[in-house]
Design a protein around this ligand. Sequence first.
Ligand SMILES: *[C@@H]1O[C@H](CO)[C@@H](O)[C@H](O)[C@H]1NC(C)=O
Ligand SMILES: *[C@@H]1O[C@H](CO)[C@@H](O)[C@H](O)[C@H]1NC(C)=O
Length: 594
Amino acid sequence: MDIAYASGIVHLFLSSFVLWIVPAHLVFLSDLVAFPASLFFSLRAIVIRWNQKQPQIAGAHGDSTASGLSEQCTTDQSDSKTSAREMMTDQKATRRGQHRSDRPVDPLLEQVKSESCGSGGITKRGVPRMRLIMLAAQLLLFAMLLDFVYRPLLTPGKDLTVFRPGYVSHDSARLHIRYPEGGKLELRYRVNDINSPWESAGKFDSPTEETDFTTTSALINLRPSTKYIVELITHQPTASVDSVLLDSIEFKTAPGPHSPTRLRFGTGSCIKPNFPYRPTMSPDIYGFESMLEHSSDMDMIMFMGDFIYADVPLYFGASVEDYRRLYRQVYMAKSSRHLLRKVPMLHVYDDHEIKNNWHNQEREPMGSAMTAYNEYNGLANPPPQLPGRSYYNFTHGNVAFYAWDTRRYRTRWEDSSSAGDGVKGATMLGAEQKRDFIEWLAEVNHTAAVKFVVSSVPVTTGWSNFDSSQDTWRGYPTERSEILGLTKYIPNLFFLSGDRHEMAAVELPSGNIEFSTSPISQFTFPLVGKFKSDINGEKTLHYRRPGHVKYGIIDVDTETDPDVPRIKYSLYTTDVDQGHSPAWVYEANGVPWV
Ligand SMILES: *[C@@H]1O[C@H](CO)[C@@H](O)[C@H](O)[C@H]1NC(C)=O
Ligand SMILES: *[C@@H]1O[C@H](CO)[C@@H](O)[C@H](O)[C@H]1NC(C)=O
């Protein structure tokens, strides 16, 4: 094989790897070197062949179609498929030609000649067809790679309109709006049955460029356990019609505080739009597409981080716009619009909303990253106990949730040797959040039938490869033991996490069960999993590596038997029955909790 083919194959492998296996930064950069090299060698091989053929075509036979073969390779014109004999003849011919003309030998030229006889197709100019096919494949894959990586710059989504429900309590709803056209907006809502009258929540000014045209609006004094429909209307001062309906959304309010309930919610994390890559004008998010099928009776989705990948495979920059643009990519996708207009989504953020394995507290680019996160996801969450915090707690009937911020307050790896298996004193939550969390534990201990603690990174120590051993709770063992020491005595407490692109359900040494579920649409490590089952006193209930789409749906029933709640976790992946039915189900009765 010559250098043109060899470099071509290296380039094809690298771009395919980024597009379909792992969108890795270093592989992408390597391809930025490999592609020009392969292009250069391929073109050189073609040009050499071309130039070399011209005098022969001009000088010898009129029959140009056959001339490439007849001159170079063969005494047997009838068959161009056989190779060995032809190649030998060709080489002899080449040697003879060389002897006569005394030209210096270019090894590439030698290769070009010999292969052209064996490979069958030859163009009029005597260029082997295989070379042209290879060249076309190289260009095509590189174009796809550029599309995949630079799509956010090509379609920045400046004109995007977003309208979706965020946190919905028993009597209020937060609505997330993006509208860049200016003018007045109005929200109209009614109970979702045809006889209910519309009510207006009032007119307000469109959001401005300062917040990237995003805002959060609230409806209050709603009825518990009631389905609502809400319309977003624009009033344009210049338009000929008075008002235009922009979009409408639906949601169901939660039951009253402490009421028994049936709650159904989705859990997932990690989104890289259009991965694995498909050539398309409108990139989609395959996990949302699949979730849509199960969304009709879902009360909400708990999204556990890595909603964007600021640095995969390329970090565009640290400006607020560099971050905002990536949020818009997710909201632009068709399945996001369909899913999120009917199902409220709550968020925690993780490292890729800033940068991989973020542990640098408030240092830049945390400021830009959090501005964009709040504009697009954070401000529609339940209100935090303290202003400006990203961690929060809320209830849905007698089911209680606490969502941690595991990024902003964690001890920097440089500031301790918490890297690896940790050192005393390293904190994930920071003192204030931990105090708040412990107060919450005491509060919900006997007032909520079921409790969910949401962590972006896994609590299980099963992911113990280099970066997860520092990045997950495994790297913060003192605080982890402290927390598990408390949750051990709290009835019906579950941990939910994402992050690892794999799924594991684990019974922790404290007896609490963790469901760690990811990705909504991202790579999974090829061939070998990263999870170690049953280590450090943990018991693995289920583990699953494959699947670019994996998410969980959790059903909680505190209604049927108020003393003994029921919980069911269903894992879905498009790898099993295309996501129509669950790949694994865990079902259990809780323990009495009062
Ligand atoms: C959050 O938890 C605190 C207890 O730490 C509690 O007082 C408060 O009511 C909870 N907030 C919500 C919205 O449930
Ligand atoms: C929760 O309740 C149990 C049983 O009453 C008690 O032992 C435990 O200390 C409580 N935990 C917290 C954090 O209040």
